[in-house]
Ligand binder design. Structure first.
Ligand code: G3I
Length: 371
């Protein structure tokens, strides 16, 4: 009981503190630390979800498209590009002076089948795939040259044990597809920041291969500015120590770290943390225990988890370029359906009524205390 009383007093202080400076916002609080961003879905990009859009404009200094800039949407058929949504996204970013991120040029998932197959349905040659990658990347990156400030060039190509994911890109081109993708992006917009993005990037095996990848690119004179750590986090894993070690290892390799897809799930997880979109688990009641809201004690633990990670990010702010939440409010989160469809999760900073949770005031306070 005492712990809850203490939490309530601290929460009132934080939100009360925050309420006194109602123009306070995450982007103001973090402005000299790192960009604080969010992913945008189509309803936000089209302007129909006005509540979300108000939050994005007030609270965030950076945006990334959750889906509409993936290859299956931008080039659904060879040579047929669809830019309407991506154009609106970049337009929104320009208008609101946001640090705009492109996600993602080369990803094994959400890639249209035509990319890898010839007219007989067989794998294309390495020559053809290289040309298709170059055409895709060059068309898109040149279109937003000078406006999209950073690109997730390659997404999720390395597994936790440090081996390369056996994707079609790897099957046809081997490890070379990664430097090629970065080279094409750099040629298309030499001033854009270029990133490698992945999940579970605190696993030592993955850290080893990703840092080697960074060194190889640098040795070839190919631009890479940061490693994106997606940060789809659970309540118990990873530990702050594991995460901190990875941040420092990437910094030692000579790149910044982007926290690219932050959400913290309070729900039981059938396994550790994964964001491998093809992993799915059967629905089970006991895996969806908080349909009517988080119990107070769980909410306190969840808030502490967010604060612990933001203290870590602030501690290493010189190595961290950006912290992006993977969505605005809980109702919009992919975590409600992953890895189990039809659950009620609470992973983001704004609730299902688009209200800022107490954690927002607490994070603002953390930033303002210069931690
Ligand atoms: O827009 C269609 C809709 O018209 C259709 O009725 C509906 C029914 O299937 O699908 C809708 O598209 C869905 C899209 O999200 C928009 O909601 C796709 O099926 C669904 O696969 C897609 O899921 C996205 C997933 O990536 C796969 O692209 C999630 O929203 C998105 O949060 C998730 O984000 C990924 C990052 O890009 C990379 N890191 C992992 C992260 C989580 O998987």
């Amino acid at each position: 009981m005492k712990r809850i009383m203490l939490w309530s007093i601290m929460t009132f202080a934080a939100t009360g503190f925050n309420a006194q400076k109602s123009d306070n916002s995450l982007k103001k609080a973090f402005q000299n630390k790192f960009y604080i961003g969010t992913a945008m879905n189509l309803d936000q990009i089209h302007g129909t979800d006005t509540k979300s859009v108000d939050i994005i404009k007030k609270q965030f200094s950076s945006i990334v498209a959750e889906n509409c800039m993936k290859s299956m949407y931008l080039q659904p058929k060879e040579g047929q590009f669809f830019f309407d949504d991506a154009d609106q996204f970049v337009e929104f970013g320009d208008k609101n002076k946001m640090f705009i991120i492109g996600h993602t040029l080369i990803w094994h998932s959400q890639a249209p089948d035509w990319f890898f197959t010839d007219k007989n349905g067989n794998n294309v040659s390495s020559k053809v795939l290289k040309q298709r990658m170059k055409d895709h990347i060059t068309t898109i990156v040149s279109r937003y040259k000078g406006r999209v400030k950073g690109w997730d060039v390659v997404n999720e190509a390395i597994l936790e044990d440090g081996s390369y994911r056996k994707s079609k890109f790897y099957e046809i081109l081997g490890e070379e597809f990664i430097p090629l993708a970065f080279q094409y992006a750099q040629e298309a917009d030499p001033n854009a920041e270029l990133y490698y993005n992945d999940y579970n990037e605190w696993h030592p095996g993955k850290v080893k291969t990703v840092t080697q990848l960074v060194k190889n690119l640098k040795a070839k004179g190919i631009r890479i500015d940061a490693v994106g750590m997606q940060a789809h986090i659970g309540m118990d894993s990873p530990s702050i120590g594991e995460y901190e070690k990875a941040i420092l290892d990437y910094a030692k390799a000579g790149v910044k770290v982007n926290i690219t897809e932050l959400d913290i799930s309070a729900l039981p997880s059938p396994w550790g943390t994964s964001a491998n979109i093809s992993d799915k688990v059967q629905y089970d009641e006991k895996m969806n225990p908080y349909r009517n809201g988080l119990p107070k004690d769980v909410q306190i633990q969840w808030e502490n988890r967010y604060e612990d990670f933001f203290k870590l990010f602030l501690k290493h702010k010189k190595n961290i370029r950006r912290v992006t939440l993977w969505g605005v409010s809980d109702n919009l989160s992919w975590k409600n359906d992953f890895p189990i469809k039809g659950r009620t999760d609470y992973p983001l900073l704004f609730d299902r009524q688009y209200k800022s949770k107490p954690i927002v005031g607490k994070l603002i306070r953390l930033a303002e205390e210069g931690r």
